[in-house]
Unconditional design. Structure first.
Length: 159
């Protein structure tokens, strides 16, 4: 499956060869697909699962934009890791469990950043939740690429 995805992405790469390396193109394509999946899940969660209402569970409650964020994040964590590990950063020589742990740390950082940006935009600036998520996605993509390339899936130098 990873070879098929890589072959499809590589087919569309030639027009972008002059402006970005293959790894960056693959990251953009895989990340873009994963972002679209996450945004679609966010929208479905916000509009239909949580019905724009607070989600109460036992001792606490989530505002609908936060509940939708955690719902979508629980799915894209796995798809994002698999795409990054097996399609984008295939040259990384770190062990899989170390990559997964680092991906979890990076993902958690991005999730916290996303949470606070949504909170700021929706609750303090009263921006629309869907538009706010689009704005945060742009910031998260930049942070995510840097952490994935230089931390999670870095190539360990041989001694």
């Amino acid at each position: 499956m990873q070879n098929r995805i890589a072959a499809i992405l590589d087919f569309f790469y030639p027009p972008f060869r002059r402006i970005m390396p293959l790894q960056t193109f693959r990251y953009a394509a895989c990340g873009g697909g994963n972002t679209l999946l996450g945004f679609a899940l966010y929208y479905i969660g916000f509009e239909y699962i949580f019905n724009r209402e607070n989600f109460h569970f036992g001792f606490s409650a989530f505002k609908p934009h936060n509940a939708a964020l955690f719902f979508s994040s629980s799915v894209i964590f796995f798809s994002g890791f698999l795409l990054n590990k097996y399609v984008v950063f295939i040259g990384s020589n770190l062990r899989g469990r170390i990559q997964l742990f680092r991906y979890f740390l990076s993902f958690t950082l991005n999730l916290i950043l996303n949470y606070f940006m949504l909170k700021l935009l929706v609750e303090y600036f009263h921006a629309d939740a869907i538009l706010s998520q689009v704005i945060t996605i742009v910031v998260i993509i930049s942070v995510s690429y840097i952490t994935q390339k230089y931390f999670t899936f870095r190539v360990k130098r041989e001694a």
